[in-house]
Design a protein around this ligand. Structure first.
Ligand SMILES: Nc1ncnc2c1ncn2[C@@H]1O[C@H](COP(=O)(O)OP(=O)(O)OP(=O)(O)O)[C@@H](O)[C@H]1O
Ligand SMILES: [Mg+2]
Length: 225
């Protein structure tokens, strides 16, 4: 019996600036449910663009993108997947600066139609584990880069998403926090059998993933388990 891949990207091409900047040049990638994938490659090779394409945040020029068997080209599917299915830790945290960290984290819960009370309980648990509990009430504009990054991770995990897309999730953290946050992330993903694709420049963290996908100049040049 063949099982449906969690993520299916097939011969995807993506350019910017009316085709002048070609970024993805025929990317094909299949990720199974429960797989933890590191996405590596030099700066500018297209990692963030590929994650955005999978999340349906960037339209492709051509090719196929499916998440959980559903075509992200369709707008209502895309919105539904982003609310219910996907957690995204952006390279730049994308938290709302004038809201508190707690308010930011509760946005996806409310958007998915969840209950605030349960959201608050989960928020406290995740905040404790990532060391941001004491700063939940602070406005994001007052937080450090590392605090924002940990906050963004908490926000992405709030709905226990089936698919977690992480773009350099530990890039702004110091050594001890980096290991701690990644352990937490990996632990949660593994315990729940979730799927994760993580863009990273960190060879040590990449080595702890199930699979290493290496990109180069808009193409996949290596894929090893
Ligand atoms: N909206 C955009 N408009 C024009 N060019 C873009 C846009 N987004 C990305 N690019 C270009 O696409 C290329 C790939 O960018 P991308 O952010 O995907 O790289 P990356 O692999 O994530 O790099 P890094 O490791 O530095 O995060 C870069 O040359 C970038 O300038
Ligand atoms: Mg990037």
């Amino acid at each position: 019996m063949d099982t449906m891949p969690q993520v299916l990207v097939k011969d995807v091409w993506k350019s910017f600036d009316g085709g002048r900047i070609e970024v993805l040049k025929g990317v094909t990638l299949e990720v199974a449910q429960g797989e933890v994938v590191a996405l590596c490659g030099t700066s500018g090779c297209g990692k963030s663009t590929l994650l955005n394409v999978i999340a349906g945040l960037e339209e492709v020029d051509r090719g196929l993108v499916r998440v959980a068997g559903r075509d992200v080209v369709d707008e209502s599917t895309r919105v539904d997947l982003l609310r219910q299915h996907i957690g995204y830790v952006f390279q730049l945290h994308h938290l709302m600066p004038d809201l508190t960290l707690a308010e930011n984290c509760l946005v996806p819960v409310v958007a998915a139609g969840g209950q605030r009370k349960q959201g608050v309980a989960r928020l406290h648990e995740l905040a404790e584990a990532t060391g941001v509990r004491s700063i939940l009430g602070q406005r994001v504009r007052e937080l450090s880069g590392g605090e924002r990054q940990r906050g963004a991770l908490v926000r992405a995990l709030m709905n226990d998403p089936e698919l977690l897309l992480c773009d350099e999730p530990t890039g702004a953290l110091d050594e001890s926090n980096r290991a701690k946050v990644f352990d937490l992330l990996l632990g949660l993903v593994r315990a729940r059998g979730r799927t994760m694709i993580m863009a990273t420049h960190d060879a040590e963290l990449a080595g702890r993933c199930d699979r290493l996908v290496r990109m180069r100049d808009g193409r996949i040049e290596g894929d090893s388990r």
